[in-house]
Design a protein around this ligand. Structure first.
Ligand SMILES: [Zn+2]
Length: 470
């Protein structure tokens, strides 16, 4: 029995259905019409890093111990980036590897550094400087058509149709790699580009259509090749349109929960350097340099603080700050204020509930305590409060100097597009294969690991949070 999992980062059924009904996406249509299908409920927050590994470990973040891309390290007063080594628990493919099944794991986000498996693992974003494949020798055999990361990013100084030509080639490369590593019992491939297109091109119907078509062609190839086995279509979370982005730590600073250092100044940011470089047309000069030098320059720039992307740790007065946020309304109370925690959370909840957007609409839909959302041994590492916003507002944690993305002047955006799409808790699910009865289901992301283990006839560990769908 072969199981192939196609994971499309940020995919959701809604925008696909009109095309499926017109007969334009025959790959997706096989799952929708002939498979078990439905929305796939993600983790809270519905963020790439915690969600992908919750899929492969089959457990909620309270058990995997990872809730975000970063964590707040209160002992050293800094943000700490997390990677695959910070997750607790075995991936379902570890169990398959132990049983002697051969696996090919391709480009799943949050798998860097790669794990030892019985087969090949090509780790996905975010990569560090070390080996990014298991076995490490595989990296040397890596074909040139397989880029380590998606390199074609939508920028305002390039026609999106041209950028999309590159994105299509990158999408195809993930399916090509699945065919190259086809000789395995389990093949998992992730297509991360789908999420990038959704974030920046959600309002561009033609680009979105090209993205759907490129993934659909890949799905058709996989379905044609895996006629006798199970094929699963899934995502880490969905996507949908957004009206604005909210900078939670800016709000906390204005309300006195987060204190900035005195004489705080943003200094030279990544944005100001890149925007000045673009203005002076230095990007064209850099574009003509050898690849190695280009990479060095990009690396240098990426290390600079970004007002819109990176953690603002140097600008925070950590001792006097009572609350600090990560993305998606994950709110953490400083342990130095443990005694006041309840009154802090109460006051913060009141302020958040009355918060209105630039267009006068309420921003926060639901406020939950961390231990109401998560269960397991690592709940204490999670947020104290989770403020879930209405879907049209996305919450971010950098200190951009503005509370809303719509207030940020054009000259700061520079080459960058504001996000027009962002994550939704409902993603995509479809499954076809022997004995699968077509019809609608409502699975959670925790159900997939038990389902795949069952397909191979393996016992399902009792501490997995989901149940088999077959
Ligand atoms: Zn994602």
């Amino acid at each position: 029995m072969k199981v192939v999992v196609v994971g499309l980062d940020g995919a959701i059924w809604d925008p696909l259905l009109p095309y499926i009904n017109k007969g334009e996406l025959p790959g997706y249509a096989q799952f929708w019409k002939k498979g078990m299908h439905g929305p796939l409920f993600s983790t809270i927050p519905y963020l790439t890093q915690p969600a992908w590994k919750s899929y492969s470990i089959g457990k909620n973040p309270g058990k995997t111990g990872v809730f975000h891309w970063s964590k707040i390290d209160w002992s050293e007063f800094r943000f700490r980036h997390l990677n695959s080594t910070n997750f607790h628990g075995d991936d379902y493919w570890d169990i398959l590897s132990e049983r002697g099944y051969k696996v090919s794991i391709i480009d799943m986000p949050s798998t860097y550094p790669p794990d030892k498996v019985n087969g090949v693992m090509i780790s996905g974003m975010n990569h560090g400087d070390g080996p990014w494949t298991y076995p490490p020798e595989f990296e040397r055999a890596m074909p040139s058509w397989f880029p380590k990361d998606g390199l074609h990013l939508f920028r305002r100084n390039q026609d999106p149709e041209v950028t999309m030509d590159g994105v299509e080639a990158e999408i195809k490369s993930r399916f090509d790699m699945a065919e190259m590593l086809w000789d395995a019992d389990l093949v998992h491939l992730s297509v991360e580009m789908n999420d990038h297109v959704s974030h920046f091109m959600w309002n561009n119907e033609h680009i979105m259509y090209r993205n759907f078509k490129a993934n659909d062609e890949g799905l058709q190839r996989i379905l044609n090749k895996n006629k006798d086995g199970y094929t699963i279509l899934m995502s880490d979370h969905g996507n949908g349109p957004i009206e604005d982005e909210f900078y939670t730590n800016e709000f906390l600073a204005r309300e006195g929960f987060l204190i900035l250092k005195e004489g705080d100044s943003k200094g030279l940011s990544r944005e100001s350097v890149v925007n000045l470089g673009t203005k002076l047309k230095l990007d064209r000069v850099v574009g003509k340099l050898p690849n190695k030098m280009q990479n060095k320059i990009v690396k240098r720039i990426k290390k600079m603080d970004s007002v819109m992307e990176s953690a603002p740790e140097k600008r925070i007065n950590w001792k006097d700050s009572k609350v600090i946020a990560l993305d998606e309304g994950m709110l953490y109370v400083n342990p130095l204020y443990e005694d006041e925690k309840e009154s802090i959370l109460e006051e913060l909840t009141k302020k958040l509930i009355s918060l209105k957007s630039k267009t006068g609409k309420p921003v926060i839909k639901n406020i939950l305590r961390g231990n109401d959302v998560y269960w397991g041994p690592y709940v204490a590492d999670g947020p104290d409060l989770v403020a879930i916003s209405h879907e049209i507002y996305h919450q971010r944690y950098p200190l951009s100097g503005y509370q809303w993305a719509s207030e940020i002047p054009d000259k700061i955006w520079g080459y960058r597009y504001p996000q027009v799409g962002h994550h939704r808790i409902k993603g995509i699910f479809g499954m076809v294969g022997p004995g699968i009865v077509p019809g609608e289901v409502n699975p959670s992301i925790y159900d997939l690991a038990p389902t795949i283990l069952k397909a191979f006839g393996c016992d399902i560990p009792s501490d997995m949070d989901g149940k088999s769908l077959i």
